[in-house]
Design a protein around this ligand. Structure first.
Ligand SMILES: Cc1cc2nc3c(=O)[nH]c(=O)nc-3n(C[C@H](O)[C@H](O)[C@H](O)COP(=O)(O)OP(=O)(O)OC[C@H]3O[C@@H](n4cnc5c(N)ncnc54)[C@H](O)[C@@H]3O)c2cc1C
Ligand SMILES: Cc1ncc(C[n+]2csc(CCOP(=O)(O)OP(=O)(O)O)c2C)c(N)n1
Ligand SMILES: [Mg+2]
Length: 341
């Protein structure tokens, strides 16, 4: 699945390979790279998915189905381009499969070896993150939130939105979306500031659901004034703020590709200073319930307090800025260049 497709197929299904692309799983990228046939339905081969286009899915044949004819053969040449609505096209496909004469060879014959291969990649190259005793790792914060929601049977009634950056990618990787329309994120142009307003819209449309904005400190700051709307309109949106005091995604590129030269990517007031800005004071100013945590021992209790709160809530989770989103296929490169550690 692409970033925007998450939830379209249950992440916990054994055939799910999770996200592909720049920060996708190793196993999905290997599978796309080695597949004989790629059914690319309702996707537009964004550069964060393909990396170097000429090398992407080079091995197999591509069937590309899109409702917008201008997308066909635009970025990636398709062996079979199909212009149509996916709903109707899939219904037609099922009808054609059902109409095959009795005794036709099974469509899944020969898939066993392939599935075994994919299982092997998945077992040997899982998404990795290591908990620390001295700091809350952003991936763990998201993973624990997912587990707590699952334990409470709340997953199908929870909608997650995000800002743009590392926290967005960690959410895509570590929150397992099992149903459509439970995940709202800004891909493509990737607009920081998207998380809170989109959560408010989702909450207004789904008053009985739990809506959680997993946000970054930089992104959240761009529309922080909307806490007032949450308060006045009684929108009980929750914000899980992964506060690394940096424009973390840019810092990651600085660290990996620009010898850690910092270009105004530090947001804090000094490493010996308390967190800046003080989001807890800001939330209090808007009369939004809030709490800051730094100790991993407090994580579960604080997450439960956030999930169970009746009104809007801001949980300010201090996280280390040294964490990188991995795996990563650097821009314009191929699956062979994947960075795993
Ligand atoms: C920091 C950052 C990192 C990112 N990293 C990744 C990454 O690792 N992996 C990743 O996948 N993405 C990543 N993205 C997102 C990426 O930029 C794109 O937004 C995303 O890959 C596009 O997904 P898509 O092609 O499924 O969706 P869209 O761009 O929405 O394209 C959907 C396509 O489906 C067609 N369509 C719509 N309705 C129908 C219909 N009814 N029938 C048929 N066709 C239809 C549309 O015409 C369109 O061509 C990242 C974004 C950011 C900001
Ligand atoms: C409006 C806007 N400006 C700049 C960018 C470029 N950009 C992408 S991610 C990012 C850093 C985001 O920082 P933060 O919200 O704190 O998230 P983190 O990566 O630290 O999790 C920036 C500046 C953008 N996507 N949108
Ligand atoms: Mg940040």
């Amino acid at each position: 699945m692409t970033l925007l497709g998450l939830g379209g197929f249950p992440a916990e299904h054994f055939l799910s390979l999770d996200m592909l692309g720049m920060h996708g799983t190793v196993y999905s990228n290997y599978a796309i790279n080695e597949a004989d046939l790629l059914l690319a339905f309702g996707v537009r081969f964004d550069d964060r998915v393909t990396g170097k286009v000429s090398e992407f899915a080079k091995h197999g044949k591509i069937v590309h189905l899109d409702i917008d004819p201008s997308e066909l053969n635009k970025i990636k040449k398709a062996d079979l381009p199909i212009h149509g609505d996916i709903c109707l096209a899939l219904q037609d496909l099922v009808r054609m499969i059902d109409a095959r004469p009795k005794g036709s060879p099974s469509l899944t014959a020969g898939h066993q070896e392939w599935i075994k291969q994919v299982e092997h990649w998945r077992a040997t190259e899982p998404l990795r993150c290591e908990a620390r005793e001295d700091a809350i790792i952003p991936q763990i914060a998201i993973k624990r939130m997912w587990e707590l929601l699952k334990e409470r049977n709340m997953l199908d009634d929870t909608i997650v939105t995000t800002g743009v950056g590392q926290h967005q990618m960690f959410a895509a990787q570590f929150f397992k979306f099992n149903s459509p329309r439970t995940w709202i994120t800004s891909g493509g142009l990737g607009s920081m500031g998207f998380g809170l307003p989109s959560a408010m819209g989702a909450q207004a449309a789904n008053p009985l659901k739990t809506v959680i904005d997993v946000d970054g400190d930089g992104s959240f700051l761009m529309n922080v004034q909307e806490l007032a709307t949450c308060f006045t309109e009684k929108l009980p949106v929750k914000v899980l703020l992964l506060n690394n005091q940096h424009l973390g995604m840019v810092v990651q590129w600085e660290d990996r590709f620009f010898e850690s030269n910092r270009g105004h990517t530090y947001l804090g007031a000094g490493f010996d200073q308390p967190p800046y800005p003080d989001f807890v004071t800001i939330a209090k100013g808007f009369r939004v319930a809030t709490r800051r945590i730094t100790d991993p021992k407090d994580l579960d209790e604080a997450l439960i307090e956030m999930i169970e709160s009746k009104g809007p809530y801001l949980l300010d989770v201090m996280t280390p800025h040294q964490e990188h989103v991995l795996p990563m296929i650097p821009s314009g490169m191929t699956v062979k260049d994947i960075i795993k550690v």
